[in-house]
Design a protein around this ligand. Structure first.
Ligand code: ATP
Ligand code: MG
Length: 648
């Protein structure tokens, strides 16, 4: 893809927590003697009863069991709040930036956070929530979402957050899926200037509720809302009835902390279970080292708390580290495509973390929106969610980072709790499009796709698996341990299988080539969709592209490309030919798309990932069985694409 290497500047290295030598040392120590390494690094969280056992892991299919720090006890909320009170009680814990730029931002100190979380904990208790009970959180990006998570953690309840953009059906399925006793929501909430009626959605989701699920409602907008005949409570009224004294519950390291469904890019979402101790150690350590977070920095992760990225890098990781974390209620393009940068300037953001889909969208709007703002406080830029096309990487680096900020392309999954493969910004020179090297304690391997044999040469190409556990690994699928084993441990025995394809280059750098399901086989050549997409996006008229395989009489599989053009560009047969020639020149004749379909929009999950499984069906002219589409951001995009496909 790209051979250019970008080492961090000398100044950056000098101030970084981890430089190249220290990375080598830490990495070697973590692999050579994981017991000793994690016995030490497990102390980054405060334990009520210190653990004596570090690691107890079995990856054998049929017998999979993962335990870390299993006899230790702790409380996650106390780690994220109470232990900071003495040293930084008056420091801002959460900066909240509302949807409307004209509305006042809020700064919540650690002391205020403590009071708010303790009170919310007591409200939950009053509503009958006990240790081990499940609570569904269906909230917009408001501070109460963090309070709710931490209140659950404080009393030992298990939260399951459902992204506030999900429909009543998807919400209902998730409420039933974990047999929740309580849903926490808001009346209605603005996002990008548009109101979503959250409480109405909850009412619909609970229409056939047989379990007497209670509902606690945060007043966000003050809109008139419909109340069920019983079981509904205003948070502000319940808060009147409680005090702010709530001792944290003593939890075992392996008690569940939360359930969270995956994005649904490849199929039915899975209810991923993370536990208390290992998860928190992992979230905190990756947050500090991957972003080179230093005390006093303002950290902004633009994800929603409804995704794992929001769990680990808006709430648990930053707060465990005593950081200042920014929570943004809005969207990148409201009121215009400069919003991210306006917020960075306004709050003097030091580390900025977003997704390739947002970068591509903003790149398509031109540089003026970025250049208007002073971004000189930014030190590190991060991305997550999909392979980032080198074109988008370069734009992020040059236009946003002014060539001064290391870019951390973090590869990980809901299942992994935190980063797995990522540069540490002071230690590893980056290459556009590569997630580079494993995080400390992580042992990636490349397996031959068919045989599952581990490829031991440095240069390798196949599927990505993990050889051993790390503290932040998921423990099971909620209520379905068999599915857990079948999904991750059956196909390649003895390994955790990520489902992603990957290439390791001569420098030992990892390049994620997309999901294994998305690999196409053209005349016997295996090709990751990411590579063809990146070539297309590198063309100046292309904003986004998604590539899938479809049955082809001669080649076995042909390359089908959906292309979204830059604002202002018009589709034409000429441009189609130009793009074909372009890909041919960029990668080679084998990669030339057989069919290009103009796509005004692409089907994406609500976290912004392209759903190729749907595009595959459309390319195959198979519209009857699109599979689970409940996690699609905008279903009408699919209808448009089918319409276009039929007309060709
Ligand atoms: P599902 O598992 O339900 O199909 P999903 O895999 O999209 O959905 P997530 O856990 O949100 O759900 O996403 C993890 C996946 O995102 C990874 O397996 C990988 O395919 C992709 N990914 C995340 N970060 C990166 C990255 N930095 N580079 C390349 N791919 C990435
Ligand atoms: Mg996945």
């Amino acid at each position: 893809m790209s051979d250019k290497i970008y080492p961090p500047s000398k100044e950056f290295v000098a101030g970084a927590h981890v430089d190249a030598d220290r990375y080598e040392d830490l990495y070697a120590a973590s692999i050579n003697d994981p017991e000793a390494f994690w016995a030490e690094h497990g102390k980054r969280v405060d334990w009520m009863k210190p653990f004596t056992k570090v690691k107890n892991v079995d990856f054998t299919f049929g017998n999979v069991s993962i335990k870390w720090f299993e006899d230790g006890t702790l409380n996650v909320a106390a780690n994220c709040i109470d232990r900071h009170l003495e040293t930084r009680g008056d420091q801002t814990a959460i900066i909240w930036e509302p949807d409307e730029p004209g509305d006042a931002a809020r700064h919540i100190t650690y002391r205020e956070l403590h009071e708010n979380v303790c009170k919310m904990s007591n409200v939950l208790k009053n509503l009958g929530v006990k240790k081990g009970d499940r609570v569904v959180i269906y909230l917009p990006m408001i501070p109460e979402a963090a309070y709710a998570m931490l209140a659950c953690a404080r009393i030992g309840a298990i939260h399951s957050i459902v992204f506030a953009g999900f429909s009543p059906d998807a919400l209902g399925a998730r409420i039933n899926g974990c047999d929740a006793r309580l849903v926490i929501t808001a009346d209605s909430a603005p996002r990008g200037g548009r109101m979503t009626k959250l409480k109405d959605n909850v009412n619909q989701a609970l229409l056939h509720d047989v379990n007497d699920v209670k509902c606690l409602v945060v007043q966000r907008s003050g809109d008139q809302i419909a109340w069920r005949s019983e079981g509904d409570y205003w948070l502000h009224e319940e808060l009147e009835k409680v005090d702010s004294d709530c001792p944290p519950e003593e939890m075992n390291a392996e008690d569940p902390l939360f359930i969270l469904y995956t994005s649904g890019s490849t199929g039915q979402p899975k209810g991923v279970v993370h536990t208390q101790g290992g998860y928190l150690v992992w979230a905190a350590m990756t947050h500090e080292l991957t972003f080179d977070y230093h005390r006093g920095d303002v950290f902004w992760c633009t994800a929603d708390v409804g995704w794992v990225t929001g769990h680990s890098y808006i709430v648990y990781g930053p707060l465990a580290n005593g950081a200042t974390t920014l929570m943004f209620e809005g969207v990148p393009t409201y009121p215009d495509a400069g919003r991210f940068w306006a917020v960075c300037e306004k709050h003097k953001v030091n580390q900025f973390y977003t997704a390739p889909t947002a970068i591509r969208a903003l790149m398509g709007q031109g540089n003026d929106f970025v250049e208007k703002y002073d971004l000189s406080d930014i030190k590190v830029l991060g991305t997550v969610g999909e392979p980032i096309n080198p074109e988008a990487w370069n734009w992020y680096n040059e236009v946003v980072g002014k060539g001064n900020c290391p870019i951390v392309d973090t590869f990980w999954q809901t299942e992994t709790g935190g980063h797995l493969i990522t540069p540490l910004p002071g230690a590893i020179a980056t290459k556009p499009g590569s997630a580079t090297k494993p995080f400390i304690g992580v042992q990636p391997v490349v397996l031959e796709t068919e045989s599952g044999k581990e490829i031991t040469t440095t240069e390798a190409s196949g599927v990505l698996a993990l050889k051993d556990s790390w503290p932040g690994q998921m423990r099971t699928v909620w209520g379905d341990h068999d599915r857990f084993q079948a999904t991750y441990f059956q196909q390649y025995k003895g390994y955790y299988f990520t489902g992603d394809g990957c290439r390791r280059d001569a420098d030992g750098y990892y390049w994620i080539t997309g999901r294994v399901d998305d690999v196409i086989n053209v005349s016997g050549h295996r090709m990751g969709t990411a590579e063809v997409e990146s070539a297309l996006v590198a063309h100046s008229k292309v904003a986004e592209a998604a590539v899938v395989g479809y049955p082809h009489d001669i080649k076995g599989q042909g390359i089908y490309a959906y292309v979204t053009l830059m604002t202002g560009e018009e589709p034409s047969d000429e441009l189609r030919k130009e793009l074909e020639a372009w890909v041919r020149a960029e990668i080679g004749p084998i990669a030339k798309p057989d069919l290009i379909q103009w796509a005004p929009g692409l089907p994406k999950t609500r976290s912004g990932k392209i759903m190729r499984r749907i595009l595959r069906k459309i390319a195959e002219n198979d519209y009857g069985s699109l599979g689970d589409t409940s996690t699609l951001a905008d279903p009408s995009v699919v209808d448009d694409l089918i319409e276009n496909r039929r007309n060709r």
